[in-house]
Design a protein around this ligand. Structure first.
Ligand SMILES: Nc1ncnc2c1ncn2[C@@H]1O[C@H](COP(=O)(O)OP(=O)(O)O)[C@@H](O)[C@H]1O
Ligand SMILES: [Mg+2]
Length: 448
């Protein structure tokens, strides 16, 4: 993408309404724009990151056996009356009437709708296990929308729903999501800690929140330090085998959010391993059995021919919130520092003297070579002064910068800067182009 043809409305001033770094930086870097309290337009740069995060979530869901569909944002109130949640949900639900005076709502979650879809066709245990998910906008009329996309009113969520014939297989489904979540967050460069959580209005008896530690997190959390650096299980697990040991290794140590905190149990953790911190909830999984399937009569026949309500679980990831969480964990004074896996572009190519034939030609060659290698570049071909170009490129936080100026080029060199470490090195342009060409010839292994 050429910056001269892109839409990147960065802000020089720090917006006064933004209290935390990620909110400030998303506004300043031209990623989002607030349209109403807790409701944001996703500008092109922000959308590119949102799509990357979404794609990682999607790939890890599919790997764990979940199947994507897409449910609408608007739902009939009558569907929610079947579960009893229409009245129970309260003022967070946005209720709407159509021209025929039919009551609708903008979905805050989709348990009822997915149960309706599954009950219409699933008849037997042979149709199970089933895990269906979608990535769709939700609306919750939060009392205090704040911190930008962290607590929005309209936000993008991945929500998956599992259906099983008995409790044992439902717990296996829960474990698959537990492992998939750890892998998902790890691919984004995040260290997520699963913590025992309150089940809230969704209900049920088994629930974990996935928490990113951050000073600006909304929840107080308490955990054993060893959980923080425990590596993710990775994709090479026996997905439909027994994952219980992997889960146990991560649930055996103390970890709880404020609502579930048990100070006496926490005292049992060796003192030097006790961590009380703040965290951002990026995912939340629930097993709740028959809570929806029983009232909504979603049943299947078991091997004995007897019909029983399906055993269900639901699994949410805050896709749009993740952008805030990633930035909270990856930024400095100058701006965002994207982990490679979610960067909106891999390389920021800066032409210090557009109009100079040597600079223009070198940049064009580099720009083409970067794309040929399977990476993407944002090419600053504008006539801004160098200082402003450097500041903007640092602000938007692309992992690598390639800086092309007349002085270096006179000797055949360009400058490469690593955004995270700040390291700069001078390299011959030809060597850089050759390196990119070698990458282009390496067959790319698809992620899943
Ligand atoms: N208002 C919001 N803004 C952004 N993301 C949200 C919001 N509410 C929930 N999420 C994300 O969706 C995930 C699943 O939501 P859920 O656990 O049902 O919500 P909550 O914890 O608010 O009751 C959460 O873990 C969080 O990452
Ligand atoms: Mg939650």
């Amino acid at each position: 993408m050429r910056l001269s043809r892109f839409f990147l409305p960065t802000l020089k001033e720090t917006p006064s309404e933004a209290q935390i770094a990620s909110h400030r930086l998303m506004l300043r870097a031209g990623m989002i724009r607030q349209e109403a309290a807790g409701i944001y337009a996703w500008l092109p740069l922000g959308l590119r990151v949102l799509r990357k995060v979404e794609q990682i979530v999607r790939e890890e869901m599919e790997r764990a056996g979940a199947i994507e569909l897409l449910m609408p944002t608007l739902q009939l109130a009558d569907l929610w009356r079947e579960s009893g949640r229409y009245d129970a949900y309260g003022p967070e639900m946005l209720r709407i009437k159509d021209r025929h005076e039919r009551e609708l709502l903008y979905g805050p979650t989709n348990e009822e709708m997915i149960t309706e879809i599954v009950r219409a066709s699933v008849r037997s245990y042979k149709d199970l296990p089933l895990n269906l998910y979608h990535i769709q906008w939700k609306f919750r009329d939060e009392q205090r929308p704040r911190f930008g996309v962290m607590r929005g009113r309209e936000f993008l969520m991945k929500d998956a729903y599992s259906f099983d014939i008995d409790e044992a297989s439902a717990r296996a489904a829960y474990n698959r999501m537990f492992v998939a979540y750890l892998n998902t967050f790890s691919r984004m460069g995040l260290k997520a800690v699963p913590m025992r959580a309150d089940t809230g209005p969704i209900g049920g008896d088994l629930s974990h929140e996935f928490i990113i530690l951050a000073e600006t997190g909304e929840s107080a959390v308490f955990c054993h330090k060893d959980l923080v650096d425990m590596p993710a299980p990775g994709s090479d697990v026996d997905w439909f085998g027994d994952l219980q040991a992997l889960v146990n290794a991560r649930t055996g140590l103390y970890a709880a959010t404020e609502e579930m905190h048990d100070p006496a149990a926490f005292q049992q953790v060796p003192e030097d391993k006790r961590l009380s911190a703040r965290g951002i909830e990026v995912g939340h999984i629930f097993y709740f059995g028959e809570k929806y399937s029983a009232p909504m009569k979603a049943v299947a026949a078991g091997p004995d021919g007897v019909e029983r309500p399906l055993q269900m679980g639901s699994y949410g990831v805050g896709v749009s919130r993740l952008l805030g969480a990633i930035i909270e964990a990856n930024h400095d004074e100058a701006g965002v520092i994207w982990p490679e896996a979610v960067a909106p572009f891999n390389v920021g190519l800066i032409n210090l003297r557009p109009g100079d034939p040597a600079c223009d030609q070198a940049c064009e060659r580099a720009y083409a070579a970067i794309h040929a290698s399977g990476q993407t570049a944002l090419y600053d071909d504008t006539t801004e002064r160098p200082g402003a170009k450097f500041a903007a490129m640092d602000l938007i936080g692309l992992p690598r910068q390639m800086i092309v100026g007349p002085k270096g080029l006179a000797e055949g060199n360009v400058e490469i800067k690593n955004r995270r470490t700040g390291e700069r090195s001078i390299a011959p342009l030809q060597a850089v182009l050759d390196g990119l060409a070698a990458d282009a010839n390496t067959p790319q292994i698809p992620a899943s």
